[in-house]
Design a binder for this molecule. Structure first.
Ligand SMILES: [Zn+2]
Length: 423
């Protein structure tokens, strides 16, 4: 293994401390925001998180319990100790919880993305400095175990089951049973989250179908509600609605005005412009855990779309399109394997990993520590709406002979090589 000049104990402990602080912060915020938690229980939990935080700070960094509680309403950067180097994390000035006490999308993604990086570092160091409790690791364990459960039924079934999970992030127990997911996978569904309910109702995102977040607003002295997907891009392209309060009936949603994609990006753009979801009863419905939704369903929709668009377009000049365009091949070593006949008579092979990270710097660090893609993919493809990460990721990918492209640029390049028109 190559050693990196900057891969010293200090760097490791920075990521480790950051991960622990971020996790503790999120859990403490959730504790404050949980409705119906009794005050004594809440105080006990907060004291425990305060202790965890002081342990991560190390000696000489004071933080009283009162200060700790106050800072929980602010951005994560206010809770970092002075010795911690922030340069690898990018912007940390966003709040961790919003006005409704729901963990923000930026904070949720940062926690997961830093956890992935931390795992890589830990594998490289083969040491364990700070001790993480089982609860602290639960989100990542969930995700890993779920893939193992799905893999247990063979490669073909794996693609089927994973697609089902992506396409079906919420439903009634009967609906989920009909999709014949493995029983253990159904355990990753839970009650509709509190942040997504209005009275006894919830609303599926028009892009991903996961329950949208509901928040109360005021305008000109009148109360109204906004309903929007927690994944910001879905809200921008149409999954954002308003409604007036009702006296118990299902509310009628009205659409905000959405962004429309550029014509060139339309083929791979997700979303159903103009669709308005109907309210569904909370009772009897289940939704995937937030981490599984965010890191399986959200990128999975892009992966499925890229797969189906390439299949469709390459079918005309590839007799065996099943072999040419493969999704999650070889027990999911990477996301796509595309082998095409070029117009020049040569065969071209593309191995692709799709990465949908909110924090591009953390993704760059993860690639750097893995010395490229862990599964050996040669292409890193990111959703079109993350095009601003390209220049940063190109610098890292160049070092490990990987290439990086947005989804549309990549698909267009593959089609052009195969002699297929894109637009
Ligand atoms: Zn959504």
């Amino acid at each position: 293994m190559t050693t990196h000049a900057d891969d010293d104990g200090l760097t490791f402990s920075h990521f480790e401390a950051f991960r622990l602080i971020n996790f503790t912060f999120i859990k403490a915020c959730e504790t404050i925001a949980t409705p119906g938690l009794n005050p004594r229980h809440q105080a006990e939990k907060l004291m425990q998180y305060h202790g965890d935080l002081l342990a991560a700070y190390g000696p000489g960094v004071p933080l009283s319990f009162g200060e700790f509680r106050e800072r929980l309403r602010g951005p994560i950067e206010d809770l970092l100790p002075p010795w911690l180097d922030r340069s690898d994390f990018g912007n940390l000035s966003f709040p961790v919880v919003d006005a409704e006490g729901c963990v923000t999308a930026d904070a949720f993604d940062l926690q997961w993305e830093v956890s992935q990086l931390h795992r890589i570092l830990k594998r490289l160091k083969r040491t364990s400095g700070m001790q993480f409790t089982e609860a602290q690791l639960q989100d990542e364990i969930d995700q890993d175990q779920m893939y193992e459960i799905l893999k247990g039924r063979g490669d073909t079934q794996y693609v089927k089951d994973r697609s089902t999970l992506v396409e079906c992030p919420a439903g009634t127990a009967a609906e989920l049973n009909e999709r014949s997911l493995p029983l253990n996978a159904i355990a990753y569904y839970e009650a509709i989250p509190y942040h997504a309910t209005y009275l006894t109702w919830w609303f599926p995102c028009t892009v991903c179908k996961w329950p949208m977040k509901v928040s109360k607003r005021m305008s000109a002295g009148r109360e109204y509600y906004r309903v929007a997907c927690l994944y910001a891009r879905h809200a921008e392209i149409g999954a954002s609605f308003m409604f007036r309060p009702t006296s118990g009936d299902a509310p009628q949603l009205h659409a905000d005005s959405p962004d429309t994609p550029a014509p060139r990006e339309a083929a791979l753009a997700l979303g159903a412009v103009g669709a308005v979801p109907e309210a569904r009863p909370v009772e009897g419905h289940l939704a995937l855990k937030r981490g599984v939704w965010r890191y399986t369903c959200v990128p999975g929709l892009h992966e499925l779309r890229l797969h189906s668009v390439l299949r469709e377009r390459l079918a005309a000049n590839h007799a065996d399109v099943d072999a040419a365009v493969q999704l999650w091949p070889m027990s999911d070593a990477y996301d796509h394997r595309i082998e095409i006949q070029g117009t020049d008579g040569r065969t071209y092979l593309f191995t692709v990993d799709v990465k949908d990270y909110t924090h591009g710097r953390v993704l760059a660090q993860s690639l750097h520590r893995n010395e490229g893609d862990k599964g050996g993919a040669e292409w890193l493809v990111i959703p079109d709406h993350r095009a601003d990460q390209i220049s940063l990721l190109t610098v890292t990918c160049d070092k490990y002979r990987m290439k990086v492209a947005t989804m549309t640029d990549f698909a267009q390049m593959v089609c052009r090589k195969a002699g297929v028109e894109w637009a």
